[in-house]
Design a protein around this ligand. Structure first.
Ligand code: ASP
Length: 318
């Protein structure tokens, strides 16, 4: 798909996507000994901030086509900035038990200590592993195996940027061998409907002193909204009327800007607390962080899910 793993210096300065899938595969020692043939294809060559839902629909279609054609697993190389969103999109739209593994690099191929080849090797080992079947889409970075629904990028440059704050990685690659200890699948599968690219689901991070005015002005442009609330899922009291008004018109999901843990349901009772907001029709996101909640809501809306279906889908992530 592109990303730093496939970048090289450009004439005008800085690194840009340049390498194709064949180049990436050729740079990895040991792939020939994987025990299964490896085929490589370049679907997109983009920095991951510029990927859109149309690209994710095309990727999901392609992954499902490869698996239908008999692939034992699929590795997707991808920019790290949005890897967690793409991995979760695949988790939600690929029903097969075959491993779908997304990986990337924090250091580009010409940098000292480039991590791309090691990440691609580990990802390929996981994609070919029978033990990785039936546990949902995965992100493999730095020999750690993360469930798509939990993983987050938490550092701008570190090769240890990827963590699963809720429960940790579900496995490790040891001496090239995937050792998996966790089960990740939720059982929810949604169609990768091209309509996802036409919908606008907002993601608004709440901050101290927010009166909701910016959100009120954006309201008419939204088909759905994810509120990255304070703490366990809270907004300032002054913001409540705006959020409540939107929740009466469009699905509004309550998540947390903290980056770890589940939003609460029944602890705090003040205006703008999670109890107040859920009573006003917001839907809790459980352990899904704001970016993941947005992917799920976008897909649910594209699949014409009603309010009850939306609440039930998010309930799976409690
Ligand atoms: N900006 C890059 C991208 O997401 C970063 C990376 O790949 O690590 O495409």
């Amino acid at each position: 798909m592109g990303g730093t793993i496939a970048m090289a210096p450009s004439a005008s300065g800085g690194i840009v996507p340049s390498l194709g899938a064949d180049d990436l595969v050729a740079a990895v020692p040991g792939l020939a000994d994987l025990g299964v043939p490896v085929t490589a294809d370049t679907l997109r060559s983009l920095p991951s901030p510029s990927l859109g839902f149309d690209d994710l629909v095309a990727l999901s279609d392609r992954v499902r086509a490869e698996l239908a054609d008999g692939a034992v697993g699929v590795v997707v190389t991808h920019g790290t900035d949005t890897i967690e969103e793409t991995a979760f999109f695949l988790d939600l739209t690929v029903e097969s038990d075959a491993p779908v593994v997304v990986t990337g690099a924090m250091r580009h191929p010409n940098a000292a200590g480039a991590d791309g080849p090691a990440n691609l090797y580990a990802a390929a080992r996981v994609a070919a592993a029978p033990t990785a079947r039936g546990i949902g889409s995965l992100v493999v970075m730095s020999d750690e195996i993360h469930a798509a629904r939990f993983v987050r990028k938490t550092h701008t440059v570190s090769t240890a940027a990827f963590v699963s704050p809720a429960f940790g990685p579900i496995g490790l690659v040891v001496e090239g061998d995937p050792r998996i200890r966790g089960v990740a699948r939720t059982g929810l599968t949604l169609a990768a409907d091209p309509r996802t690219a036409d919908l606008r689901v907002g993601l608004v991070t709440v901050a101290l002193g927010d009166d909701g005015e910016l959100l009120r002005r954006a309201g008419d442009a939204l088909d759905g909204l994810v509120v990255a609330g304070l703490g366990a899922g809270h907004v300032p009291a002054r913001m409540v009327p705006v959020v409540a008004d939107l929740a009466a018109r469009i699905p509004v999901v309550l998540s947390s800007r903290t980056g770890a843990g589940s939003v609460l349901r029944q602890t705090y009772g003040y205006p703008g607390s999670e109890r107040d907001l859920l009573e006003r029709g917001l839907v809790q996101s459980g352990f899904l962080d704001p970016a993941k909640a947005r992917i799920l809501l976008q897909l649910l809306l594209a699949n014409h899910a009603g309010r009850e279906d939306i609440a039930a889908a998010f309930d799976r992530y409690r």
